[in-house]
Ligand binder design. Structure first.
Ligand SMILES: NC(=O)c1ccc[n+]([C@@H]2O[C@H](COP(=O)([O-])OP(=O)(O)OC[C@H]3O[C@@H](n4cnc5c(N)ncnc54)[C@H](OP(=O)(O)O)[C@@H]3O)[C@@H](O)[C@H]2O)c1
Length: 308
């Protein structure tokens, strides 16, 4: 059985639905949004309660754990560093230690933001120099996970896609603005290597079946600016790319500092899996196809049914 923490989040929902579709036995942990997903044994646990985190894993005794749960709001983490530390670092350590104790494979989801963004194209062995509280907590989580469970996989990711929860990933936010007829700012000075949550889910599940351990950059194969990404997204959905207006991060006055170029090199994961990571166009084609298949409404219904 695979246990997915953060199963109500952007990546977690994609993971559990993909795992069920692949015929795997799946359990999910959520916190405030307990989704009802056919085929998934879902429970609500506050992972900041470290005893509850440990005992849940010991009770479920999964063969594999994919740990997605985290405090992911960068500005919230900047304001509440101690709270961010408990979930992002202490809970990750407790889960990894428990996984090691029951011989479960542990895949820890981390972030491209561990780098300072000064040059981009980062490889796994490059020095990580986080520039905000969130990123520092994620880097520390990587270190704690590998200390507690040396055979663990750490996957540094960046994601866009469809949310079950009433909140926007980058691509949903761009679409929402464009569909409302508004101009959408796109940073021309911020670069990343986006991957669709559903593509990432499929790759992470496949990674469990390979004998991998250590740090991997599991992102899209292509470096793009947020501006170009938003323009490509508009085109993929038949919207006007001209409504995406160039903007600069330094003018945006965000509370927490952000790195500028956190594009990652995917050579290591491509070699390990014997396949290239998807590029931007392929990810956007699939993002659009999922909409046509009714995927966004389907996963939102899992949330709507949560309280019934
Ligand atoms: N989104 C991105 O672009 C991005 C980029 C880089 C790295 N990552 C990493 O990828 C992973 C998944 O990100 P995501 O975007 O899917 O996250 P998300 O949508 O923000 O979801 C966060 C998940 O964590 C759960 N959670 C929050 N507090 C919890 C608590 N106290 N106890 C138990 N669960 C708790 C949430 O549960 P409830 O909603 O039920 O409360 C939710 O399922 C994270 O580790 C994140 O750091 C994400």
């Amino acid at each position: 059985m695979i246990l997915v923490t953060g199963a109500s989040g952007l990546l977690g929902v994609a993971l559990v639905t993909q795992a069920v579709a692949a015929g795997r036995e799946v359990a999910g942990l959520c916190h405030q949004h307990v989704l009802r997903i056919p085929g998934v044994a879902m429970s609500g646990v506050d992972l900041r309660d470290l005893d509850a985190a440990r005992s849940t894993v010991e009770r479920l005794r999964p063969q594999s754990i994919i740990h997605c749960a985290a405090a992911t709001n960068v500005d919230w983490c900047e304001k509440f560093p101690a709270e961010a530390e408990v979930l992002n670092v202490a809970a990750a350590h407790a889960l990894a230690e428990t996984a090691a104790g029951i011989d479960a494979k542990f895949l820890h989801v981390s972030t491209d933001s561990v780098f300072d963004g000064a040059r981009g194209g980062y490889r796994e062995e490059d020095a990580a120099v986080p520039v905000n509280v969130y990123a520092r907590s994620k880097l520390r989580s990587e270190q704690e996970v590998l200390r507690a469970c040396p055979e663990a996989i750490v996957a540094r990711v960046t994601i866009h896609g469809w949310n079950a929860q009433p909140k926007f990933s980058l691509s949903e936010w761009v679409l929402s603005g464009l569909r409302a007829g508004k101009d959408v700012p796109g940073f021309t000075d911020v670069y990343f290597s986006p991957i669709l949550a559903n593509d990432l889910a499929e790759i992470l599940l496949a990674m469990l079946d390979h004998s991998l351990s250590g740090v991997y950059h599991v992102v899209g194969a292509e470096r793009t600016s947020k501006y170009e990404f938003a323009r490509s997204l508009a085109s993929a959905f038949g919207l006007d790319p001209g409504m995406v207006k160039p903007a600069l991060l330094r003018d945006a006055k965000m509370p927490a500092p952000r790195p500028l170029d956190i594009s990652l090199d995917t050579t290591k994961i491509a070699q390990a899996m014997g396949r290239k990571m998807p590029n931007v166009a392929a990810g956007l084609r699939k993002f659009h196809a999922l909409q046509e298949q009714g995927y966004p409404e389907c996963i939102k219904a899992y949330l709507a049914g949560a309280g019934s």
